[in-house]
Design a protein. Structure first.
Length: 184
């Protein structure tokens, strides 16, 4: 039987990460799983803070990149969490649902970001036309932020998929009460 890494409880939380337990790391199951490797979680924090709080994409385009990444990763955990976050930053259910579909069914901005994510997964790079379109939309710093976002959320997808990380209770309850509908 393969090893498992369930989300660590407060009682099992590593002492050298005590300060992180009350912050972002203690709030989500994905980071409670990552806490099995304290040095990795500690090193992760600065990149996570940049991608979540300091990127130049803005909340909605960042969510487009994350949702498309979650879709590519077939990560129920990441997709579900970012349905919630997308809604919280003003995205409609129809827009969120479109992120899992064909780029021709998205707004031009969303399609530009989604195409970039697709190329990073499919080719390991941005093609020249996509790079030009993305840079025109979000600037060169934004291009780097898209790449960092995709890389970070792909890594999280590997973790939650491998260890079958359960959805956090609040997200599970939210989506049970309000499933993603495409008619709005």
């Amino acid at each position: 039987m393969p090893p498992t890494c369930p989300p660590l409880t407060d009682a099992d939380w590593p002492e050298d990460l005590a300060a992180m337990r009350e912050g972002f790391a203690g709030k989500l199951n994905v980071y409670r799983v990552m806490a099995h490797h304290p040095a990795l979680l500690a090193a992760w924090a600065p990149l996570r803070n940049h991608v979540v709080s300091a990127d130049v994409l803005g909340k909605q385009l960042s969510e487009v990149a994350i949702l498309r990444t979650g879709h590519h990763m077939r990560s129920r955990y990441e997709w579900s969490h970012h349905v919630s976050r997308g809604r919280a930053c003003g995205m409609s259910d129809a827009r969120i649902a479109s992120i899992a579909g064909e780029t021709g069914q998205m707004s031009a901005e969303d399609a530009t970001v989604a195409t970039a994510v697709d190329e990073l997964f499919g080719h390991g790079r941005l093609e020249p036309d996509t790079l030009a379109s993305l840079a025109s939309l979000v600037g060169m710093k934004g291009v780097f932020d898209v790449m960092a976002t995709v890389g970070m959320y792909a890594t999280l997808g590997y973790i939650v998929n491998t260890f079958e990380t359960p959805l956090d209770q609040a997200i599970d309850e939210e989506l049970a009460a309000r499933p993603l509908s495409v008619g709005t």
